[in-house]
Design a protein around this ligand. Structure first.
Ligand SMILES: [Zn+2]
Length: 111
């Protein structure tokens, strides 16, 4: 089990990696958006609904991607609750209390 110091360190490192990952994904997403967008331009002039649904799909993909990156990074650094798997926006609470805010399982030993 980690100490508070290790957890803090892992949290900082993870946030940096998530930021890098999100930036990379944004660039990738933008390229994809433009590439696919220019190919299906004919639909766009045909109907606004097609354009809107494409934007919705693209945004959905982006959000899913961010979610996957964050989960991967947090899991890799041991910032996911070992008991219930809770990880979304819980790290600051875990840092404060040393426990998972959801199931109250101890996440690190306060050394
Ligand atoms: Zn938990």
């Amino acid at each position: 089990m980690m100490t508070r110091q290790q957890f803090t360190r892992a949290y900082q490192v993870s946030r940096r990696w998530v930021t890098v990952g999100v930036l990379a994904l944004t660039i990738l997403w933008f390229c994809l958006f433009l590439a696919v967008g220019s190919k299906v331009k004919t639909w766009f002039s045909a109907s606004d609904a097609a354009e809107l649904s494409w934007i919705a799909i693209a945004l959905g993909l982006f959000v899913t991607g961010v979610f996957c990156i964050a989960k991967f990074v947090y899991r890799r650094h041991g910032l996911v609750c070992p008991s219930c798997g809770n990880w979304i926006a819980s790290q600051s609470m875990m840092l404060k209390t040393g426990r998972c805010p959801k199931c109250k399982e101890e996440v690190f030993h306060d050394a």
